[in-house]
Design a protein around this ligand. Sequence first.
Ligand SMILES: [Zn+2]
Length: 324
Amino acid sequence: MNPPLPSSVCHVRGTQPGPRVVVFGGTHGDETMGVRVVQDVLKALGFHTVAPAGEITSPLVLGDLFLGIGNPEAVDRGTRSVSGVRDLNRCFHESFFESPEALLLPDQQRAAELKDLLASADYFFDLHSVSAKETVPFVGLTMFSERHAEVCRSIPVHHILDVQAILGQDVGIAIDELTQTPTTCSWVNRHGGVGLAYEMGYQGDEASVPRATAVLVNLLVSVGAVHPALRENLHIEYARDTAATDQRVYRLVHCERNTLKGFRYADPRYKRNFSPVREGELIGTYQDGEEVRATSDGLLVFPAGEQTLSSNQSLFYLAVPILH
Ligand SMILES: [Zn+2]
């Protein structure tokens, strides 16, 4: 049985059997490039309204493809979340759905609207962007199973980042090991699907839209959700990227918190996502002279811009490779 179709989601029914796939842009409302990717793919499938909603049938689709906007109200406002308390990607925890207090938050209400659709998905691809101006695209996930590895091989990225260990802590809940990270992707994984986030690049980078559209369509072809002819509608040339043969999985191990004392990076290269660092290396200094050094060898990820920091935000994270 199909769960009811949430608002701002378009169900494209295939004319042949295939997997059940959900794709969202705008799970974070300030990351609008993913919304444009969703709109471009919908247009190429013959769906012409700006905001996706409703049902169409396409011979280019196999199975059931759902393309939508994760958090449309946050997208309208241009903010990460509606409430400012907890964004949509931190709402998918069982305890939140059972809490009348949590369900007062508009973002949590949106999560409640989406949860059955996401739980029914074989595959879920969430399109995100990052605030660091200098970054390469990468994959973020909370579980790296054989099925995840198989999907990742179709995505031209070098870095696969397992965020399981860190995310969730910032919403004040105890994470019970593999089960309860409150992200959209983790929710899908916990219900038997394969969920991952494709981080397209900087959130203001227009060039990330055609690139991510090509990546998404190739990914949809690889899981058997769309016909390869869809590439022609989008003028996508298919060249197998060699990056997938040089992929590494990293795990977040440390979050450095801002202490509101005026932070300066020791070198501009630390503002670049995935800069390699060595244990003890000076990353930056607070105005009062307190030094911030790397706690281990690894990669510096999600560096916050000096001017965008507010209370208790993360300054940066450290990630280390997982050996397989
Ligand atoms: Zn995001």
